[in-house]
Design a protein around this ligand. Structure first.
Ligand code: NBP
Length: 475
């Protein structure tokens, strides 16, 4: 039979996606540059459904019903362009190429425009959930022409995670929008993990708890507002023992975090858009600091200061840390959604933040109970100026703010780095400030560069003649 969908690129993600399609009853055409992966897929999992393997790209395309729909799951960057070229050469007008890799959204914009000229439809689909999600139901963020979604949407929705009967897949918007929101999703994932790491660090070094005890704390937290995949697996990782030494695995792992780049992309884009995503940026920088192993080795003897003043009441401080984690997480998400709004405005995408919260509830790494609240917040007010101002989140953060200050100040006194908690609190204080020192910044800019300023009591731009008689002129 001709297949309604094909997958090319059968490494871990592609083969799991292909199996997911097959298990949902779709005939799925499969192809990989080198045939070994195709053979292995059929040998190991051929019985899970109907696979149509091909060795050549021509046979692969010929095994698909029209319009042909092909998901590319290869390494992002040049390999994706190479595969697109091969497919485009043998495809016909109206056929659809879906890039499920982690493409940079500006590449997706370029590819979509190029293929459109050649009569092909291109869908840039962000797929989250790692290999487990790919197999059992990921969160899928497809961007591209609405016409292409009509054709591929039902297939993608059928393999996506489902929450309360709603698939974690929806048409995001035009061209690069799917990969853009997937990028911000990954940035939020960085921030989430950094905040969890800081909570762990405090439980360990401010309260002296061991990894097993900390795992129990996270398990308890996972029963409340913090319920999420990342908090759940934090408990799993912390309670896991190394088979070789019997020590907690977390004590055997080198404390230098790596990154594949999507967090960095998010921050670069945020800088261009002028959106303060401090939570994501601090997370990216904290990974970079952890990885500066030579510098850290050389700096280990730097003085810590002597203001150490640990918390007296352990249980109360655990609760403070929980509150600080939650409030900081609200800020990180608020900033991420600000970036999505800014990207939407910049590229004219007309994105719906509530839809994103909906499709991130399942399948993806940041899935969390919390996302229901975000969906509710945007359902109630699609024009929310900031997520922090939604009634539910406002109350949560205001209730947490004393704890948050105790955690940040205690960490500071003890010399425990909390860039995520501290910058989130500073952002909150900056956001709610009556007056910011930006007025002074403007004065300085006017002094040295005649950059002008606005007045609180008059329209227009003004300049003080600093090097003359210091009178003010309208610019
Ligand atoms: P990889 O990113 O490791 O890519 C390996 C695949 O790319 C193989 O099938 C390989 O074919 C193929 N490939 C390469 Br490399 N260069 C090629 C070329 N020039 N022409 C044709 N094929 C080429 O695989 P992955 O980890 O399964 O990830 C696939 C995509 O999904 C990536 O974009 C990744 O960023 C994204 N993603 C991954 C995850 C995850 O958790 N791993 C999650 C979400 C998204 P070969 O077998 O012949 O070498």
């Amino acid at each position: 039979p001709l297949a309604p969908i094909g997958v090319t690129g059968l490494a871990v993600m592609g083969s799991n996606l292909a199996r997911n399609f097959a298990r949902r009853g779709h005939v799925v055409a499969v192809h990989n540059r080198s045939s070994a992966k195709t053979t292995a897929l059929i040998e190991n999992h051929g019985s899970e459904g109907t696979f149509v393997p091909s060795e050549s790209i021509e046979d692969f395309v010929a095994s698909l019903e029209k319009p042909r729909r092909v998901v590319i799951m290869v390494k992002a960057g040049d390999p994706t362009d190479a595969v697109i070229e091969e497919l485009a050469a043998v495809m016909d007008e109206g056929d659809i190429i879906i890039d499920g890799g982690n493409a940079l959204y500006t590449d997706t914009i370029r590819r979509e425009a190029d293929l459109k000229e050649r009569g092909l439809l291109f869908v840039g689909a962000g797929i989250s959930g790692g290999e487990e999600g790919a197999l059992n139901g990921p969160s899928i963020m497809p961007g591209g022409p609405a016409k292409s979604y009509e054709s591929v949407g039902p297939l993608l929705e059928s393999i996506a995670a489902q929450v309360d009967g709603t698939p974690c897949c929806t048409h995001i918007g035009p061209d690069g929008s799917g990969h853009f929101v997937k990028m911000v999703h990954n940035g939020i994932e960085y921030a989430d993990m950094q905040l969890i790491g800081e909570a762990y660090h405090l439980l360990r070094d401010a309260l002296g708890k061991d990894p097993d005890a900390i795992a129990d704390v996270f398990r308890t937290w996972n029963d409340g507002d913090l319920e999420s995949y990342l908090v759940e697996i934090t408990a799993e990782v912390l309670s896991h023992r190394d088979a070789k030494t019997g020590a907690p695995l977390v004590d055997v792992i080198v404390d230098a975090a790596e990154q594949k780049g999507t967090g960095r992309w998010t921050v670069k884009s945020a800088l261009d858009l002028g959106v303060p995503v401090t939570g994501i940026a601090e997370a990216v920088f904290a990974r970079a600091l952890s990885g500066a192993r030579d510098q850290r080795a050389a700096a280990r003897e730097l003085a810590s200061g002597t203001l150490a003043d640990g918390p007296q009441d352990v249980d109360a401080f655990v609760e403070d840390i929980r509150s600080a984690l939650y409030a900081s997480k609200v800020i990180a998400y608020a900033q991420g959604f600000d970036q999505i709004a800014a990207g939407s405005a910049e590229y004219d995408w007309n994105l719906h933040p509530g839809d994103l919260a909906t499709i991130w509830r399942g399948g993806c790494i940041i899935r969390a109970r919390f996302l229901n609240r975000i969906k509710d917040a945007y359902d109630e007010n699609p024009e929310l100026p900031s997520l922090v101002l939604a009634p539910y989140f406002r109350e949560a953060v205001e209730n947490a703010v004393d704890s948050w200050r105790r955690v940040v100040s205690t960490a500071t006194m003890l010399g425990i780095p909390v860039p995520g908690f501290a910058s989130a609190l500073s952002y909150y204080d900056g956001l709610r400030a009556e007056r910011l020192p930006a007025a002074l910044t403007q004065g300085l800019r006017d002094f040295f560069g005649a950059h002008t300023y606005e007045r609180v009591d008059a329209e227009g731009k003004f300049h003080t003649l600093w090097s003359e008689d210091r009178s003010e002129v309208q610019a």
